[in-house]
Structure formats: structure tokens, C-alpha cells
Design a protein around this ligand. Structure first.
Ligand code: GLN
Length: 306
């Protein structure tokens, strides 16, 4: 495994076409696009990594996997009255479907869906309390107390919130947001601003590899059925309107973020995190996808076989 990762990192270091860093969140535009990191955690807890796998980056929308898991824990299947579970085929920050579908987002991984999920987990609590809970949950699944919110990124998103604020207010106009919109957005921007390294992120994904159980810590996070369902949502919706392309090229449940990270789950085999800040046109990590494509070719880990 170490050899495979070293080879991938070597190849990635030579790439000149690295995509474009997200600049609609100015703080993300400051990140050096020449970086690449990758980490793999096996079910027995063994870790392998290459490149700058220990450097923290903004996990952005990858956080939506963790807040969805929290929401399912808190309100169970009621989640599905707040968001759907179909791919949207539209960009992550699109508003068009909301008008046709009475303010109900297609799935929990597009921005509108993740904002609705935040509203669902707030349960009349103050934003600070919900934020503490989100951070505690991520630290728990990663088994790492050092994970933190990058305040600069959160403030940058807050300052440039027009699009997400529009989504939230539009949903509120259908009676679908129960807490003050500014509170919900504050929590949403912070969850997106969680900073993690590839190693930490791959550890956090372990429960999705082994039927809901983190075999390293021996702690069950969710039931096998729930782990399977979260994985299916990641496969169908985790890369927005690029989910079909990601399934075709990589064939693993995956969740991307505009910080350039991707968490991919090879059920029964490994939790994989990759980071390279340059994005493709859709907003998914360009080299991150390429690296995962190479990894599955070497390992045969795609859920669809070799
Ligand atoms: N795709 C993403 O990672 C988007 C998350 C980002 N925080 C946003 O709201 O626009």
C-alpha cells in the first residue's frame, strides 16, 4: 500500500494541470494549489499516507456527511421529510429545483440540503451549542481531540454569504427553516470551516467502511443499515452534478468539498482521504479524483469490481 501511495504522489507532483482553487470564498483562494496529500486507513486501523497528508485544510462540504449522520441519530427517518435522497444533477449551490419542489432540497449534500440539515439538528439550541456538538461529533468519529474550526474561513464565508443566504431565506419562505436564518447560516459556515488533515479525515470515515463500527476504537457509530444508506447517498450525490462521472471513474461512495478534499469509502476495505486544492469546473478536486482513480486501478477497490 505504501508503494502505491508513493507512486501516486510522485505522479501528482509532476502534473501541471491542477485545476483552479475556489475563489468565491476569498480565504480559500490563498491556498497554494501545488499541494497534494493522501491517506488510507484499513479496517484494522493501519494507516498509510503520502504527500502532505498531515497538513490541515478546509473540509468544506465533506462535513455534510457528519452532520447528516448526526441528524439521522437525532431524528431518524424524519430527516427525509426535510430533504430528499435523489441526485440533483445541478451545481452544489443551485436554487432552481427549490422553487419547483416547494423548498425541499433534493439531497443532504447540496448546499440547500445541508442548510436544512443544520436547521434539523439545532433543535431550539443556540448556534454555539450546536457548533460544540458538531465539533464534538467529528472529534469522536476521528478519535482526535485536536480538530478545530478555522475561524478565518468561517468569517470569509459569512462575509460572502449572498448565495447561501438566498438558499436559506428561500427555504424559509416555504416554512422549511425553523430557526433564525442567520443562526442556521452561522452554524453551516462553521461546519464547512472545520480544518482536518487527510489522516484525520480518513480516520473519521472508518465507521463507514466497517458496517457502522469504528474497528480501531471498537465503538459503533451507526447501525450497519445506516452506514450502507449513507454510503449510497455519497455515491449518488456526494459530487453534485459530477457524481455520475465520479462513479464512472472511481466507483466508490465519496464526498468532495471546495477546499479540494475528498473522502472516499471502499466498504470493507479502506477509508481514503485525498486533498489537492485545485478544482475542476464542477468544484471537485481535480487531482484528488485522478489519484483515487489510480488507487482503485491498483487495488480493485471499486464497488463495481476491477
Ligand atoms: N461544495 C462545497 O464544498 C461548498 C461549501 C461551501 N461552504 C459553500 O457553502 O459554498
Amino acid at each position: 500500500m505504501q508503494d502505491i501511495l508513493d507512486k501516486i504522489a510522485e505522479k501528482m507532483a509532476l502534473r501541471t494541470e491542477r485545476g483552479k482553487v475556489a475563489d468565491y470564498i476569498p480565504q480559500l483562494a490563498c491556498v497554494d494549489p501545488d499541494q497534494f496529500g493522501m491517506a488510507v486507513v484499513l479496517p484494522d486501523g493501519r494507516q498509510f499516507s503520502a504527500g502532505c497528508a498531515d497538513k490541515t485544510f478546509s473540509i468544506q462540504s465533506i462535513s455534510k456527511v457528519f452532520t447528516l449522520t448526526m441528524a439521522l441519530g437525532k431524528i431518524g427517518d424524519t430527516v427525509w421529510s426535510r430533504v430528499g435522497r435523489e441526485p440533483s444533477g445541478d451545481p452544489f449551490n443551485s436554487i432552481v429545483q427549490l422553487e419547483h419542489e416547494a423548498g425541499k432540497p433534493r439531497n443532504p449534500f447540496i448546499n440547500a440540503g445541508a442548510i436544512a440539515i443544520v436547521d434539523a439538528i439545532m433543535m431550539s439550541h443556540r448556534p454555539k451549542e450546536t457548533l460544540a456538538e458538531v465539533l464534538q461529533f467529528v472529534r469522536f468519529v476521528a478519535d482526535d481531540e485536536s480538530i478545530f474550526f478555522d475561524e478565518k474561513v468561517a468569517q470569509s464565508e459569512l462575509l460572502h454569504r449572498d448565495r447561501n443566504a438566498s438558499l436559506a431565506h428561500f427555504m424559509a419562505s416555504f416554512g422549511r427553516i425553523k430557526h433564525p436564518v442567520e443562526h442556521v447560516l452561522g452554524v453551516y459556515f462553521h461546519q464547512c470551516a472545520i480544518a482536518m488533515s487527510c489522516t484525520q479525515l480518513a480516520s473519521a470515515g472508518q465507521f463507514l467502511v466497517s458496517d457502522g463500527m469504528n474497528l480501531s476504537t471498537g465503538i459503533r457509530v451507526v447501525s450497519p443499515q445506516r452506514a450502507r444508506r449513507i454510503n449510497s447517498l455519497m455515491l449518488m450525490c456526494g459530487h453534485y452534478d459530477g457524481s455520475g462521472e465520479f462513479a464512472y471513474r472511481v466507483g466508490l461512495p465519496g464526498k468532495s468539498g471546495v477546499g479540494g478534499g475528498i473522502l472516499a469509502i471502499a466498504p470493507g476495505n479502506a477509508s481514503i482521504a485525498v486533498w489537492s486544492p485545485g478544482l475542476d469546473d464542477i468544484g471537485n478536486s481535480k487531482l484528488g479524483t485522478e489519484a483515487l482513480e489510480m488507487l482503485v486501478q491498483h487495488t480493485g477497490w471499486s464497488i463495481f469490481g476491477h
